[in-house]
Design a binder for this molecule. Structure first.
Ligand code: SAM
Ligand code: SF4
Length: 474
């Protein structure tokens, strides 16, 4: 495996997941209602929960208490985050892979998979197709292969930033790729990435070994667990963690995610920027065991409990989930979703509306267009946002400052969300979405106090409507 084998582990790498301890926290009878309510109250004070406290919420089984957890998650989302939802779309660069993860259509033993890596020209065309419909944020996705080394990833990032089309461009490029070493992350960071995202898949050592064969790079649990610490050591201070739900007990995975978030906070002084919680989907060439399948009710619970446990971390809900469920669980504290996503290599220009299983990693649940998703969000009273301001102004790492600095959201986030929405409405929206958007913008302006901030915002939106000026942010 050449390049892969020569990457260096960090001497400080530590395995902070104790399976027996976490499983022990989940055992035993359901907690008393008072104990659950006390923990919910702590969370509503915006204090992050300990792993032990999260376990208490996970063990609550009474319907009444579960409803209280949902209500608290809704309230925290409303009070802390407001009604913004950030939108992005993934861009699959290449599906060569040396690993053999049992659940993934890209696994090396899947001979039916059509292997492909975008050429620079194809990459440009994919980005143009995304920009043409209004995307501003993307995450580049790669299999794990010596050809996708740090220099290659950095180069792809630069190519994406170079694409300009009309008023559009991609303003934030995130990465979902295999773990690198510190030196590799430095290279990728220097290319101007936003978040580096790596999912642990499962935090449970036994399940991890079962799904990721020994002898493969991904079979090394600690190499992966420590991956985002190496990224942070290299200066990538926006990192995204995640677990692939369906490989082990969903409650164990929630404890794993919360342990990881607390570990990063403790070791690096900054927690993860985002948490993802993809559910396992059918994939070509895989035979999925449904023992740990997470049903919709459990899925809602895990999102609500994550919201309460890590109040300052963004939660990402992907298009793996069907549209109706996405709409329902959004209210529990999701802050980012992808929309109009195509995950076949070349899918933004070639696939049409059909999904081609042999060419994609797994099957998507929501393949509606960006415009359609935008309209639904607007009709539901959300402000869809393409804002990329914080990371471009160096406000990275300490995600919690959005909430800790008084007035940050009102002064910066909401105006930035509205100006990026205005750009979308003027440049890309269908007539119906534009009407829905203008209605929402008017309602949001109505809520704002008459002050210089509002005057400036109204003026910026006018410039977007009446001139060629774009990308106005605070
Ligand atoms: N190859 C790199 C890795 O494994 O980290 C990067 C990206 S991989 C293409 C992106 C993520 O897709 C994986 O981390 C995994 O969680 C998820 N994934 C793989 N197979 C899936 C499936 N059948 N259903 C849902 N998500 C899946
Ligand atoms: Fe390769 Fe990633 Fe799929 Fe595993 S999840 S087979 S590493 S692309």
């Amino acid at each position: 495996m050449g390049v892969l084998a020569s990457m260096k582990m960090n001497e400080r790498a530590s395995d902070f997941i104790d399976d027996a301890h976490l499983s022990g926290l989940l055992a035993g009878k359901a907690p008393a209602a008072d104990q659950v309510r006390e923990i919910i109250a702590k969370s509503l004070e915006k204090q992050p929960l300990a792993v032990e406290e999260t376990a208490v919420l996970l063990r609550a089984e009474q319907r009444e208490l579960i409803e209280e957890i949902y209500a608290a998650a809704r309230q925290l989302k409303r009070d802390v985050y407001g009604n913004r939802i950030v939108l992005f779309a993934p861009l699959y660069i290449g599906n060569d892979c040396v690993n053999d993860c049992g659940y993934c259509g890209f696994r090396c033993s899947n001979r039916a998979s059509v292997r492909r890596t975008l050429s620079p020209e194809e990459l440009r065309r994919q980005v143009e197709a995304m920009v043409r419909v209004g995307h501003k944020r993307t995450i580049l996705v790669f299999g794990e292969h010596p050809r996708y080394d740090a220099a290659y990833i950095a180069d792809c990032v630069k190519q994406v930033y170079e694409v300009r089309l009309g008023h559009g461009e991609i303003r934030r490029v995130n990465i979902n790729a295999a773990p690198l070493d510190v030196e590799g992350y430095r290279l990728v960071k220097a290319a101007g990435i936003g978040t580096y995202q790596i999912f642990m898949e499962t935090y449970h050592h036994g399940a991890y070994a079962q799904w990721h064969p020994a002898g493969t790079r991904k079979g090394d649990y600690l190499w992966r667990l420590d991956a985002l610490s190496r990224a942070m050591d290299a200066g990538c201070d926006d990192v995204g963690i995640g677990a692939l739900f369906g490989l082990a007990d969903w409650r164990f995975e929630v404890l794993g995610l919360v342990s990881h978030a607390l570990y990063l906070q403790h070791r690096h002084g900054v927690g993860p920027h985002t948490i993802s919680f993809p559910r396992l989907r059918p994939a070509a060439g895989t035979d999925l065991d449904s023992r740990y399948a997470v049903d919709d009710e459990q899925f809602k619970r895990l999102i609500a409990i994550l919201r309460l446990s890590v109040p300052y971390t963004g939660l990402i809900l992907t298009a793996r989930e069907p549209a109706a469920l996405r709409r329902e669980v959004m209210a529990f504290g999701v802050s980012q979703i992808d929309a109009g996503s195509r995950i076949e290599i070349g899918g933004y220009t070639e696939a049409g509306d059909a999904q081609v299983m042999e060419r994609e990693q797994f099957e998507l649940g929501d393949v509606r267009s960006l415009d359609r998703v935008m309209r639904e969000l607007l009709d539901d009273g959300y402000i869809p946002s393409f804002c990329t301001s914080c990371y471009r102004l160096g406000r990275t790492g300490e995600h919690f400052m959005e909430f800790a600095i008084p007035g940050f959201i009102q002064r910066l986030c909401t105006p930035n969300a509205l100006t990026t929405l205005e750009e979308y409405l003027v440049d890309y929206a269908s007539p119906a979405t534009r009407t829905a958007g203008e209605r929402l913008v008017a309602a949001e302006l109505e809520k704002m106090p008459e002050d210089p901030g509002k005057t400036q915002l109204v003026e910026r939106m006018r410039r977007i409507r009446e001139t060629q000026e774009r990308d106005l942010y605070l």
